[in-house]
Design a protein around this ligand. Structure first.
Ligand SMILES: [Zn+2]
Length: 274
């Protein structure tokens, strides 16, 4: 599932390859992906304009359009990708990386298409059809972007109240962009128990979490996705901690499947199903 790093690769692709190209036509016929817009509404709003900037907060992405046009929101859902074709037919992908066992792409998985006057296109490719395209998407409910949050903001947002720290990391209204894999990676890097209560975190814990957030994001963006995190391959039965060799433990924390090192991430209050 796309987390901040995957959405950032999609945003960069749009910023690098799809801006300032005249939109000649729009296929907005998928009424589920384009809800609540009716067919033709996005087409009428976007045809003749150009994308002028690609923005992101957390997992939400949107493009500004020319001539004071509406913002075009594109959410990648659970496995969506952006495909940009250049005027000479070169195809570039951004978003969720391909798995080795993936089926070959099918044309019907193109859920939304901007056709450019230069002959190229921008497509939301989404096999699972859980992505979404909409005009002027609301982002006010999202907290600050995880890649831009300051240490002081982070400390304040992460320690308020008393919930499992993993649940807090996943709360998009506090800090936007961290999903399940990234949260496990950050907690493992910082050696913090996923079930530790937010109000029990000491200053050194929040400082380590902040540094882990920064380094996990930087590394995942550079390596092509959250699946490249150092502990991700060990999130399986029989997995061992890549740092200390201890057995990895599994449970449900914050409503999500969670893995942690049995030696380094057991606090005074051991993780349990919550
Ligand atoms: Zn360990």
């Amino acid at each position: 599932m796309p987390e901040l790093p995957e959405v950032e690769t999609a945003r960069r692709l749009i910023a690098d390859e799809a801006l300032h190209r005249r939109i000649a036509d729009v296929d907005d016929s998928d009424t589920f992906v384009c809800r609540p817009h009716s067919p033709g509404e996005l087409r009428a709003a976007l045809t003749g304009r150009m994308l002028t900037a690609a923005r992101r907060r957390g997992k939400a992405m949107w493009c500004e359009t020319s001539d004071n046009g509406p913002d075009l929101g594109i959410h990648l859902g659970m496995g969506g990708r952006i495909v940009v074709t250049s005027p000479d037919g070169q195809v570039a992908w951004g978003g969720e990386p391909f798995r080795r066992d993936a089926q070959p792409p099918k044309a019907e998985w193109d859920r939304f298409t901007l056709s450019f006057a230069d002959g190229g296109s921008l497509v939301l490719f989404d096999k699972r059809r859980l992505g979404r395209v909409r005009l002027n998407p609301g982002i006010d409910a999202l907290g600050p972007d995880a890649a831009e949050v300051t240490p002081a903001e982070f400390r304040d947002l992460i320690t308020r109240g008393s919930v499992a720290v993993k649940a807090r990391l996943l709360d998009q209204s506090r800090i936007a962009g961290v999903g399940n894999l990234l949260a496990d990676e950050i907690l493992w890097q910082a050696r913090v128990s996923p079930a530790a209560r937010t109000n029990s975190l000491r200053r050194q814990d929040t400082d380590r979490l902040y540094r882990a957030l920064e380094s996990a994001l930087r590394s995942a963006i550079a390596r092509g996705g959250v699946h490249t995190g150092d502990v991700i391959a060990a999130r399986r039965p029989g997995g061992t901690c890549p740092r200390c060799g201890a057995e990895m433990r599994h449970g449900t924390v914050g409503g999500r499947s969670t893995w942690w090192c049995s030696r380094e991430q057991e606090g005074t209050r051991p993780p349990r199903s919550v």
